[in-house]
Design a protein around this ligand. Structure first.
Ligand code: SF4
Ligand code: SF4
Length: 414
């Protein structure tokens, strides 16, 4: 695909990336068959190839309108199209560039700008989100069913964080949404790692990984969050922390991208590369530790109890760790049910379920139908967003796989 950028783009730091990515697309259309929005909407401009054309045309100076922006807004950023592409088109990077440019060229209405700014603010502040959730939980029973379904289930208080000291340390993130709605995931990871003699350290001064701002087209705000996290992690990295391990794959996938996203920042590029190199998903670390040491787990109450696993897009397409959690769950004794079209997104996709509720709802229903086809007693996943989104309509519990394992750890002698 030959590209000649307009003036707007020629001076942009992303021009070289955009040219490389656009030139690598041979517009074969193979990616359309795996795209969830194309699957639902059956419209070329809601497919990866269609969006690539839209971004190319925009960057070359063709007129852009709200219609262009709507097609880009409807992209989940799930990156299912990347592993399917025979030419290795880095679509995830291109959609970020396209989104940033469309924000500049097609201004949103004041209402939309305010809504998106509020969303960024609320979801990145544990205090604000915590207060909103407390209010939602208090008023829940009086709310209409449609609104009630949007409020996450109040989490049970998590078990205590392990107090054992270990010389081997890995780092976690203070986080944003997850800390308020699912504080048990990090505790579960900490308890499992503790049994292998590794301490999970929650680092003060860290916050949101930056994904919320990045996916809402606020790249400068995302970069600020990345720099803040790097600054908070850095002293511990220099002191010998072995890895950064985040219990939600959406955050992990974002941190893995720090190296690329900060590559033009002279003060942070090298540190960002180091941070991205240190990033491990829990399945990688737990899998590696479990392959060389035993993990004692209480037997399952019912060994025949079937479990369905939903692999988040950030895990299978972003970090390319498809099939790895399933192997650990099988090793832990679970009988996994087959799930059709596992590559398709559940519709959660960060803030997508809030900004595109109809499409996200349809994708969620389709995903649940596929997950429930094998009649599981529960669904497991690896990302807070997917779990909350599926929980809204699931007839069975939806849990993080780390919690399932941690619940079966025998009590430590006092
Ligand atoms: S992104 Fe890849 S699969 Fe899709 S049209 Fe381009 S070359 Fe083909
Ligand atoms: S990222 Fe997902 S929704 Fe967007 S074009 Fe690719 S497959 Fe489709």
């Amino acid at each position: 695909m030959r590209v000649e950028f307009d003036q707007w783009m020629t001076g942009s730091a992303a021009a070289a990336d955009a040219e490389r990515i656009l030139s690598s697309c041979v517009h074969c259309g193979i990616c359309t068959s795996v795209c969830p929005t194309y699957d639902v909407l059956d419209h070329e401009l809601d497919s990866p190839r269609g969006r690539i054309y839209l971004i190319r045309d925009m960057l070359q100076g063709a007129p852009v309108s709200e219609r262009t922006r709507d097609h880009l807004d409807r992209c989940l950023g799930c990156r299912a199209c990347e592993p399917a592409c025979p030419s290795g088109v880095e679509y995830g990077q291109l959609i970020d560039i396209g989104r940033e440019q469309v924000e500049l060229r097609v201004p949103r209405t004041a209402f939309d700008r305010t809504r998106r700014a509020l969303l960024r603010r609320a979801l990145q502040s544990r205090r604000l989100l915590g207060a909103a959730l407390q209010l939602g939980w208090a008023l829940r029973r009086w709310l209409p069913a449609r609104l009630r379904a949007q409020i996450p289930v109040r989490p049970a208080p998590p078990p205590a964080w392990p107090q054992t000291r270990h010389s081997r340390q890995v780092l976690a993130l203070g986080g944003c949404v997850q800390g308020a709605v699912a504080p048990g995931y990090d505790v579960a990871l900490a308890r499992i790692l503790d049994r292998f003699g590794v301490a999970l350290v929650q680092v003060g001064g860290t916050g949101c990984c930056g994904a919320i701002s990045q996916h809402l087209g606020a790249a400068a705000e995302a970069a600020q969050a990345m720099r803040r996290n790097i600054d908070a992690w850095w002293p511990l990295i220099e002191a010998g922390a072995e890895a950064i391990v985040l219990s939600s794959s959406g955050c992990g996938s974002m941190v893995e991208d720090y190296a690329h996203l900060l590559k033009d920042d002279p003060d942070y590029a090298a540190k960002a590369r180091r941070v991205s190199t240190l990033l491990r998903d829990p399945v990688e670390l737990v899998g590696a530790l479990w392959s060389s040491a035993d993990l004692a787990l209480a037997p399952l109450a019912d060994e025949q109890q079937p479990l369905a696993f939903h692999p988040p897009c950030s895990l299978q397409h972003g970090m390319r760790l498809k099939g790895r959690v399933e192997l650990l769950l099988q090793r832990a004794g679970y009988r996994l049910t087959p799930v059709k079209d596992g590559h398709l997104c559940c519709g959660s996709a960060g803030t997508y379920s809030i900004l595109q509720p109809a499409l996200a709802g349809e994708l969620g229903q389709r995903k649940l139908a596929r997950l429930m086809a094998g009649q599981p007693q529960a669904i497991a996943s690896a990302n807070v967003g997917c779990i909350l989104h599926l929980q809204k309509n699931s007839p069975v519990p939806v849990r993080h796989w780390l919690e399932l394992l941690a619940e079966r750890l025998p009590q430590e002698p006092a």
